[in-house]
Design a protein around this ligand. Structure first.
Ligand code: ATP
Ligand code: MG
Length: 378
């Protein structure tokens, strides 16, 4: 599908809101329902949105605020990102934005109490309901959140606090909690296929040409396996791939490995020679399987996986060339060893698709070196 309005904004703007928020229907319905009730019955309601960092909290709250609320309700909306801001900055941003929303002239002030009074007066005076979103609540700004949330109750507005799981536990589980909220909306991590949909849609929105299915799967596989399926990590990878793709470069498996280096770097410290030597002690077959697999991945750089059938055939050919006899189970047994040792991985989509984490050249060199040595010794 070609979209005329492709723009890298969807990768580089941290506040970007996509056309559709995928796989969050249930949570959106919940927050929407709560808000609708609060309007119909005329009371203020506060909720907390939380999840692991990078799961999509900001986009969830912004999607509700900038898409769903304006579509259905005649409300004012105010979004403030509290990250790295002190109390004065947060209150003055709230104050600016509510004045802007309600079209009221603002009197310049630099004193916290004065700013708060101005904010309170303007927020209370409006004839419409207001939804506030305060993103990135933590220990340093929880008091501002509580204050806004309490004010919301007084003036029949609503405040949505957004915070990551760590701060959520820290702030809501303390006995003396001041966190004022009525509901919470936990955001779960995505399944493999859901994350794939998100990556695919973002590629369609932002890349000059579509990436291959294999590349999108490979990114998703790596992030599900090594980074708790956080959409944010997939977007970070796409950010690194975008300049290459837009300069006309073909995105192959090397490029994906480079772009996901930050989550797989632990594996690159592996001494593959050592690792492979240990598992393949006298195990000629396992070395052959690894060699055949890497040869294929080195030859076809845009193929990020090899399927079991192809691998079987390649190993068969190798065995015939070398005059090696083997049983029908041997290849699978070798693969199990390699998978168990985290040298080879099965795709989350299909057990049939296999991939490596290290550049195949490195694994190949280790495997072929050891196999030759083994052959010499025999
Ligand atoms: N359901 C979804 N549909 C489409 N895009 C999504 C979805 N969930 C997350 N994303 C995208 O994933 C990226 C990360 O999301 P977001 O910035 O909201 O994460 P976060 O949980 O707020 O992270 P942080 O811990 O950095 O605050 C964004 O580009 C966002 O648009
Ligand atoms: Mg965020």
């Amino acid at each position: 599908m070609v979209r005329p309005n492709r723009s890298p904004k969807g990768l580089f703007d941290p506040y970007y809101v996509p056309e559709r928020l995928l796989h969050r229907d249930r949570e959106l319905e919940t927050v929407n329902g709560i808000y609708r009730d609060s309007i119909e019955d005329d009371f203020g309601v506060n909720c907390l949105v939380h999840g692991i960092s990078g799961v999509g909290m900001t986009v969830f709250s912004r999607f509700f605020l900038t898409r769903l609320v304006p579509e259905q309700f005649n409300s004012h909306t105010v979004y403030v990102d509290a990250k790295h801001k002190d109390t004065l900055e947060i209150v003055s941003e709230l104050n600016d934005k509510i004045h802007n929303e309600t079209n009221r002239p603002i009197t310049v002030a630099f004193d916290l109490d004065v700013l708060w009074m101005q904010f309170k007066r303007t927020a209370s005076a409006t004839d419409r309901r207001t939804v506030f979103v305060l993103d990135n609540i933590d220990e340093t700004n929880e008091e501002v959140y509580s204050k806004v949330a309490r004010l919301s109750k007084e003036i029949n507005a609503s405040t949505i606090g957004v915070l990551n799981s760590h701060d959520y536990r820290l702030l809501t589980k303390l006995p003396a909690t001041h966190m004022a909220y009525d509901f919470e909306i936990p955001l779960d991590t995505y399944t493999q296929s859901q994350l794939y949909d998100i990556v695919r849609m973002r590629v369609e929105d932002t890349f000059p040409h579509q990436l291959t299915e294999e590349v999108i799967r490979y990114i998703t596989d790596l992030v599900v396996e090594f980074d708790a399926s956080k959409p944010k990590t997939t977007i970070e990878a796409l950010k690194l791939l975008w300049p290459l793709a837009s300069s006309g470069q073909e995105i192959d498996s090397d490029a994906v490995r480079n772009a996901t280096m930050s989550i797989t770097s632990f594996a690159h410290d592996n001494d593959y020679m050592d690792l492979i030597e240990t598992i393949s002690m006298n195990d000629y077959m396992t070395l052959l399987v690894l060699e055949a697999m890497c040869e294929h991945l080195m030859r076809y750089k845009t193929e990020t996986y090899i399927d079991r059938q192809t691998l079987n055939e390649l190993v068969q050919i190798k065995c015939e060339e070398l005059g090696v006899r083997y049983g029908s189970n041997d290849i699978e047994k070798s693969l199990q060893t390699l998978i168990f040792q985290s040298i080879v991985f099965e795709s989350g989509y299909s057990r049939n698709l296999l991939y490596v984490l290290a550049p195949p050249e490195i694994v190949y060199d280790a495997a072929i070196g050891l196999r030759r040595e083994l052959a010499r010794r025999k």
